[in-house]
Structures are given as C-alpha cells and as structure tokens.
Design a protein around this ligand. Structure first.
Ligand code: UDP
Length: 382
C-alpha cells in the first residue's frame, strides 16, 4: 500500500517535494494550503481589470546559478528574458542600485574608472572596523558614512524595523558593490520571469494522480497521525503551537494604485529616506517587458512586524530569535515523522531558487533512504 504523506503549504518547498516524491516513489500525497491558491508568496495571476500579471505578494524575479534548478523550472514554464535593474530614490536624487560605478561617480560628482573608484571607496570606508559585527559596521567599513546614510540606513530601518546595528552583516552582503557599469541587481548566471507566472508552474508540479491538493484547508499538528510522514513548510514555531514563544518575522503591506501609461519608467524604485513611509514602489507590467498594456498597476510596499494573522515574509533572526530557534530545533529533533522545509519551516531568509534547489536535494535524499531516516530539516536553520 502507498505510504501517506501530508504536506503543509503549497509553495515551492512543498510543491517540489510533492512532485518529486510522487514521481519517484509509491506515495499518496495530500498537500494543504490555508490560502485559496497554490504557489505561496510567489502567487501570480492576471489582473481582471488590466490583464497585467500581478505578483500578489511582491515582485519575484527568478535568478539562480544552479543549472539543474534553471533546467527544472524551464521544464514547467517559458521564461521571458528579464534583467532586474533597480533605481534608488534618495535625499540626493535618483541613482542606480546596486551600487556600481555610475552610482558612485554620480553621487560624488566624479568621473572615476574602476581602479580609482575602488581606491576612493577604500579611502571613505572606516578602516578602523576590522571585523564588521553587524549591518551598520559592514556598511561603514566598505562604503563609508555618506553612502550608508543615503542608501541603506533609512531603507533598512523601514524594512527591518530595528537599528541596522542589530542586524547581521549578511543582509548587506546580499547586495554587490560593483566597480563597473553593470547595474544588474543579481549576480547569478540565469535570470528570468515565467511568462504565465509562478502559479502556473506550481499547478503543473502538483498535477499528478498521486497528489491531492487541498486549498483553503490547514494541516494541523494534531493531524500528524493521519500520515506516515509530514513535511511542514509553515512556520516552525506554529507546528509546536508557539509553546516556546514566537519567532519574529517582518510582514509586508501592499497599497495598490492604478494609472495610465508608464507611472515610474522602471519595475522597482526603492525609497531610501526614512521620512518616506514605504520602502519601494513596484510597477508590475514592467516585469513582463514582452507584453503591452495601456493601463498600469503599481504597489507601494510597506514593512511591519508580523502580528496576529499577518503573513510572515522575512525572518528577523535577531539574537533572541536565534536562541529560541535553537530550542525549537531541539524540540523538532525529538519529534518523529516530520520534516521542516523551506523558508518558514527553517526560519531562514531564502530566495525561490534556493528553496527549489533544497527541495530537489531533499526529495532525492528521502527517496534514497527509509522513511525512518528522513532528515528533520531540508537545510541548516542555524
Ligand atoms: N537595502 C537598502 N537599500 C536599498 C536596497 C537594499 O538598504 O535600496 C538593504 C535592506 O536592508 C535589504 C538588504 O539591503 O533588506 C538586502 O536587499 P535585497 O534587495 O536583497 O532585499 P529583498 O529584495 O530580499 O527585500
């Protein structure tokens, strides 16, 4: 008889696992999502009023250097050619983001070449900070106070709700500083956006006779016994009913406004000043430059602490969160028949391609070992 698998959450983490297990073994899989759609926070659909493909939980731009992951997603979608180029609206004007030679030259009113700019940044950076311990120190060390204050301080405070001194340097390290005119936001080998959106990919992944999709239904911890094994891609602490406390997340609020023509001339503009309450504005038709639309739909994006029914997006991972996380990991190790997967299951700041790659690797590991040996986590939470 097929072994019964329950999966909490129909985002990429759960859907890739469901697909791979259904294709590679004898399992009967039920995948639950409390929302009325699959694809989690990657959900996209066409706006009935304008026909524009909307990224309902914020812009998702697929980028990866893993060839197998790129091949995998391309099996289920046609990707449109897209390179993310972001502009930053600052107190000193509009600049190119991530920081590149154009940003540096325009900001300082100079005409430096790569080597000069490298020397210049080294001279404005704070060399007394030998081992940066947090976001702010990392910025001051490598960019200096002026760039830090104009591009990062306000945006980061709005985005994370805490002083940048409380955040890890790794958040800033997500962004490159380039000593050339390359303004591509990402550094990965492949980049694109699926022409028919992400939800269509997840629907295809879940279209298998061994998979039953249960939308608008939550899988509860108490239902664990109905399955031989459960994969939990919801928040780790919610599986345990927050018995050790709540891990903190940032949530996002999107404020839609419509216009005609081209509102801002770019898909994403970041607002770096603390005095502007939103962090960025995304104009969604620009994520599909291969389409033409007369109308335009934009979203102002605000960040807040996730509370009550707010959707968790970014794990905050402050010191207190990390010690609580360790206690939840210990609890998870003692709990049998369950694995925690994806961004929420492991309380990590993960991009789509990392989640897909990890789920692919995890499914392979599961298919190669007896169920009793299936690992507790798809990646290392700490
Ligand atoms: N950041 C900033 N100003 C910007 C863009 C980014 O201060 O104009 C900081 C901010 O703290 C953000 C981090 O850099 O959380 C990493 O940026 P990334 O674009 O990777 O964030 P995401 O797109 O995941 O929200």
């Amino acid at each position: 008889m097929s072994r019964r698998i329950g999966i909490a959450g129909a985002g990429f983490a759960g859907a890739v696992l469901a697909h791979e297990l259904a294709a590679g073994g004898d399992y009967s899989i039920q995948i639950f999502d409390e929302r009325p759609h699959v694809a989690g926070n990657c959900h996209t659909s066409r706006d009935p009023a304008t026909g524009i493909m909307l990224h309902h939980y914020g812009p998702h731009i697929f980028n990866t250097s893993r060839e197998d992951v790129w091949d995998y997603v391309n099996r289920y979608a046609t990707f449109g050619v897209y390179t993310n180029r972001v502009k930053a609206n600052t107190a000193r004007g509009m600049f190119s983001m991530p920081m590149n030679l154009l940003t540096i030259n325009q900001f300082f009113g100079k005409r430096m070449g790569p080597a000069q700019a490298r020397e210049f940044l080294a001279s404005v950076g704070d060399a007394s900070i030998t081992e940066p311990q947090n976001f702010e120190e990392q910025a001051l060390r490598f960019l200096g106070r002026e760039l830090y204050e104009n591009f990062f301080y306000g945006y980061t405070k709005k985005q994370w709700g805490v002083e940048p001194t409380e955040l890890p340097a790794s958040i800033l390290q997500r962004l490159p500083v380039r000593f050339n005119y390359d303004d591509n936001y990402y550094q990965q080998r492949y980049q694109g956006i699926p022409v028919e959106g992400y939800t269509a990919i997840v629907e295809k992944l879940l279209d298998h006779p061994a998979i039953e999709v249960r939308l608008g239904e939550k899988l509860h911890a108490k239902d664990r016994g109905q399955f031989d094994h459960v994969f939990w891609s919801g928040p780790l602490d919610s599986y345990f009913d927050h018995e050790l406390g709540r891990l903190q997340y940032r949530s996002l609020v999107f404020e839609r406004f419509d216009a005609t023509g081209d509102y801002q001339g770019n898909p994403v503009i970041n607002y770096c000043e603390e005095s502007v309450s939103w962090t960025r504005i995304a104009e969604h038709k620009h994520f599909a430059p291969w389409e033409e639309h007369e109308k335009t739909v934009c979203f102002r994006e605000y960040s807040k602490l996730a509370e009550g029914a707010d959707i968790p997006y970014y794990p905050l991972r402050l010191q207190g969160d990390k010690s609580m996380l360790q206690r939840y990991m210990d609890l998870a190790e003692k709990t049998s028949g369950i694995s925690f997967v994806g961004r929420l299951g492991s309380y990590r700041y993960l991009d789509m391609h990392v989640v897909i790659g990890e789920s692919l690797d995890f499914a392979r590991a599961c298919l190669a070992s007896p169920m009793s040996d299936w690992p507790k986590f798809s990646g290392k939470p700490l």
